[in-house]
Design a protein around this ligand. Structure first.
Ligand code: NDP
Length: 244
């Protein structure tokens, strides 16, 4: 049976690795047109070549979500190529963990810029388009860290609490506009996310913590579940954790 996602246009930020990459592959395999962005263009090119090799439809766009104009450019690329935007997956994120007392202020700022401002830029550019269309779906990627703070993760969790708050507010404000809003909160998942940790204490903690990680496909399937629902069904929040 053909997927309901066949022909849908889905923009994915942070699609060069991990959850974003896996989601792009799954959506393309279901017939969606995926418009993928990240800073590492060579990774996007390689992913696009895989997707096209499997008969999928993909557009790549270099993207730094902290730059509003670049977010506008990827949405414009989707519109000009396909004439619509069915969904935006605000997935790009960074996680250079450390304790507050380490005073890694540049890393705090980077997390705030990418994890919060990046999501806001996705909303700022996507919302007017979806309002005009009368349909659309935001999927914002938070974390189990949006519900509970863990050691060395105060700032990272703060950014994810913020994503959860923003997503909730967006859902409240878009009631009746044909726009759906989903928060997806993964538990520990295989990806490159922990590679940006420069703090030794946080690195050691994460090594242990990540032993029991989910495959990124588990999160991709949760995202697809939310996207596949009929238009009158809003999957508001999904939390996905390793079973053991
Ligand atoms: P990865 O590090 O594998 O992927 C992160 C993606 O974000 C990459 O594609 C990276 O691409 C992109 N990115 C980073 N900074 C920017 C930027 N400024 N502009 C555009 N893209 C950017 O990790 P995950 O797949 O795990 O992370 C995806 C999301 O899932 C994040 O929001 C993360 O917080 C969240 N999450 C992950 C969990 C996990 O255990 N893996 C658990 C809970 C939540 P590039 O460097 O090429 O720009």
């Amino acid at each position: 049976m053909m997927s309901v996602l066949n022909g849908k246009v889905v923009v994915i930020t942070g699609a060069s690795s991990g959850i974003g990459e896996s989601t792009a592959r799954l959506l393309a395999s279901l017939g969606a047109h995926v418009v993928i962005g990240a800073r590492r263009v060579e990774r996007l090119e390689s992913l696009a070549s895989d997707i096209q090799g499997d008969g999928g439809s993909v557009v790549i766009q270099q993207l730094d979500v902290t730059e509003l104009e670049q977010m506008q450019a990827i949405i414009s690329a989707a519109q000009s190529r396909f004439g619509r935007v069915d969904a935006i997956i605000n997935n790009a994120g960074v996680m250079p963990l450390s304790s507050l007392e380490a005073l890694k202020i540049e890393e705090w700022n980077r997390m705030i810029d990418v994890n919060i401002r990046g999501v806001l830029h996705g909303i700022a550019t996507g919302l007017p388009v979806m309002k005009k269309q009368g349909f659309g779906h935001f999927i914002n990627i938070a974390s189990i860290g949006a519900y509970e703070v863990t050691p060395t993760a105060a700032v990272y969790c703060a950014t994810k609490y913020a994503v959860r708050a923003i997503t909730d507010g967006l859902r409240q404000e878009t009631v009746g506009l044909g726009i759906r809003v989903t928060l997806v909160s993964p538990g520990v998942t295989e990806s490159e996310l922990a590679e940006s940790i420069t703090d030794n204490q946080a690195r050691e903690f994460m090594k242990e913590y990540r032993r029991n990680a989910l495959p990124a496909t588990a999160i991709a399937r949760a995202i697809v579940y939310a996207l596949e629902q009929p238009v009158h069904v809003d999957v508001s929040e999904l939390v996905i954790k390793p079973a053991m």
